[in-house]
Write a protein that binds this ligand. Sequence first.
Ligand code: SF4
Ligand code: SF4
Length: 79
Amino acid sequence: MATVPGKENKIESKHPKFRYRFRLDQEKCIGCLVCVESCPNDVLDSKDGQPFAAHPDRCEGCEVCVAVCDQEAIEIEEG
Ligand code: SF4
Ligand code: SF4
């Protein structure tokens, strides 16, 4: 693996802290997946018929996913 000069001692965290967290209320979600299709940054994907943040590093907190969900099943948390 190539090393970047000056970064030899940098250790990548296995659990990076992302700026925004996608929270789903599974009880409310009806699995329409409109949120997955609507995210402008392709953050979301689906598993077992419900959305999850497959690429949380891409989330910009725009809350488009929150706005399109008729069931109010999504919260975007900062921090
Ligand atoms: S838009 Fe809402 S109800 Fe539809 S899949 Fe996403 S979270 Fe679930
Ligand atoms: S807040 Fe915006 S970027 Fe983040 S998951 Fe929702 S729609 Fe995608």
